[in-house]
Design a binder for this molecule. Structure first.
Ligand code: NGQ
Ligand code: ZN
Length: 408
C-alpha cells in the first residue's frame, strides 16, 4: 500500500490578541457574585496595563512559536495596545506594533497586522476609561500609524485596519477611515455582536442590532471580517453571506468567555464564509478550534456532523477547507502553495490513514500533536514538531512572565 500524502495547507489564524497569551489560565477563579465577560475584561485590562514593548515582543515570539507548531502559518493580530499606560504615545508611536512585527519576523510566521482604532468607551460616545486610554487614537493619528506601518509591508507582512467594535468607534470616524482607504483591498476587521449586552445597547441607542446596523450603514464586502458575530439573526446571516464577508469564529475563547454559539449550519446553508481565530489564546491549536466549532453545534442540536456542505460530507475536511479559504481571504495574503503542514506518518492516530479520512483523523483523532513539519513561504518553520528557536524563546518568555506576575 502507498503511504498517503500527509500534507495539508497551513491554517490562517484570523483573530489574535497576542498579549492575552500571558494571562491564559489566570482568570479562571470565581471573584464576583456574577462573573461575566465584563468582569473578565476588567482583569484583562489590569494585565494589559503592565505590558511594555519588550514584554509584548517576548510574549508574541513565544505565542508565534506555539502557533507555528500548531499548524498556523499566518496570524491576524487585532492590535490595540498602542500607547503607554495612561495614554502617552511611545517615542516611536508604533513601538508596540513594531514588537509584533519583529516577533513575527524572528519566528517566521506570516503576519497581517491590524492596528485597531479605539475611541470611545461605549455606544453613547463616553470617553475612554483610565485603563482604556492606552488603546485610543484620534482618526488623524490613527491614519498616520497605518500609513507608517504600510511602508513596512513585504511578502510576509500585510497591514490591514480594524475598528475595535461599534462600541468603540463613532459612525463618523468609521466613515473618515473608510474614505481614506477607499477601495483598496485592505482587510477590515471588527468585533461584533459577541455579547448580548452589546446587542441590547445597540438597539437602545441606534434602534437596531449591531450586525443589522453594520450592513445598513457600512460598505461591508469581501474585504471585511466580522469577529464573533455570535448573536446573529437569520436575516443578518443572509446579509453577511451575500456580501461575502468572513465571520471569524473563535470557539475556545467564545466558550471561555461565555459568549454563545454561532448558527454554523444555517450559515453554511447560505454559503457563508468563515475562518478561525485563537483570540485570547487560552488555546493555541487549530485542531481544538475546529473540534469545538463542531462539538458546540452537536451539543445544542443533539445531532452529529453539522459542519458540512452538500459537496463535502467529511466534517474534518469541510471545516478545514472552509477555514483555510475564508482565512486567506480575511488575511488579505495570497494563497501560498508553500505554506503547508506535514503530518507525522509515525503517529499511531494516523496509522492506515487515507486521503479520504486524513482531515477527520487530524481534527477528531486525539490530543497528541500530529504535526511533523510546518513550511511558510518555502522555508521550514517547524521540523520534527519543534520550532528551531523554541528553547531560547521560551527562556526569554519565562523571564518576562515572571516579571509581569511579580507586579500583580
Ligand atoms: C478584546 N476580546 O478587545 O480583547 C476583547 C474584549 C471588548 C474578546 N472579546 C474587550 N475576546 O470586547 O471590549
Ligand atoms: Zn478579540
Amino acid at each position: 500500500m502507498h503511504a498517503p500524502d500527509l500534507q495539508l495547507p497551513g491554517m490562517p489564524n484570523i483573530h489574535s490578541h497576542a498579549f492575552q497569551r500571558a494571562m491564559a489560565g489566570l482568570a479562571e477563579r470565581h471573584k464576583n457574585p456574577t462573573d461575566s465577560f465584563w468582569t473578565w475584561r476588567e482583569q484583562m485590562y489590569r494585565f494589559a496595563g503592565r505590558i511594555t514593548p519588550e514584554a509584548q515582543y517576548d510574549i508574541a515570539a513565544q505565542l508565534y512559536v506555539e502557533m507555528l507548531e500548531a499548524g498556523y502559518t499566518c496570524v491576524c493580530e487585532f492590535h490595540y495596545l498602542h500607547h503607554q499606560p495612561g495614554g502617552q504615545p511611545y517615542a516611536d508611536p508604533a513601538a508596540m506594533s513594531h514588537a509584533l512585527i519583529r516577533a513575527a519576523r524572528d519566528t517566521g510566521i506570516r503576519l497581517t497586522l491590524l492596528p485597531v482604532l479605539y475611541m470611545t468607551g461605549g455606544f453613547d460616545g463616553r470617553p475612554l476609561s483610565e485603563r482604556q486610554r492606552r488603546f485610543g487614537h484620534e482618526v488623524e493619528d490613527y491614519l498616520d500609524l497605518v500609513s507608517l506601518l504600510q511602508r513596512e509591508e513585504d511578502d510576509r507582512l500585510k497591514i490591514g485596519i480594524a475598528f475595535h467594535s461599534l462600541r468603540a468607534v463613532p459612525e463618523l470616524s468609521m466613515r473618515e477611515v473608510l474614505d481614506e482607504i477607499g477601495k483598496d483591498r485592505t482587510p477590515i476587521h471588527i468585533h461584533i455582536a459577541e455579547q448580548l449586552a452589546e446587542v441590547d445597547e445597540c438597539k437602545a441607542l441606534r434602534g437596531c442590532r449591531p450586525i443589522e446596523w453594520l450592513l445598513a450603514n457600512m460598505p461591508v464586502d469581501d474585504r471585511w471580517t466580522l469577529v464573533h458575530a455570535t448573536h446573529i439573526t437569520p436575516a443578518e446571516a443572509n446579509g453577511v453571506a451575500e456580501r461575502k464577508a468572513i465571520v471569524a469564529l473563535c470557539p475556545t475563547t467564545e466558550a471561555n468567555l461565555g459568549d454563545g454559539l454561532f448558527p454554523l449550519r444555517e450559515f453554511f446553508d447560505l454559503d457563508g464564509r468563515i475562518g478561525i481565530g485563537s483570540d485570547s489564546n487560552v488555546s493555541v491549536s487549530a485542531v481544538e478550534e475546529l473540534r469545538w466549532l463542531e462539538y458546540g453545534q452537536r451539543l445544542i442540536t443533539h445531532e452529529r456532523a453539522i459542519g458540512i456542505t452538500i459537496a463535502e460530507p467529511s466534517v474534518g475536511r469541510c471545516l478545514f477547507e472552509q477555514t483555510v479559504a475564508g482565512g486567506l481571504q480575511s488575511c488579505g495574503q495570497p494563497a501560498q502553495a508553500e505554506d503547508r503542514i506535514v503530518l507525522d506518518p509515525d503517529a499511531p492516530a494516523l496509522f492506515g490513514a487515507t486521503r479520504d479520512d486524513l482531515h477527520d483523523r487530524f481534527v477528531f483523532g486525539g490530543n497528541r500533536s500530529l504535526i511533523r513539519e510546518v513550511h511558510v513561504g518555502g522555508k521550514v518553520a517547524v521540523r520534527d514538531g519543534r520550532h528551531p528557536r523554541r528553547d531560547e524563546i521560551a527562556a526569554a518568555y519565562r523571564k518576562t512572565l515572571t516579571h509581569l506576575l511579580a507586579q500583580a
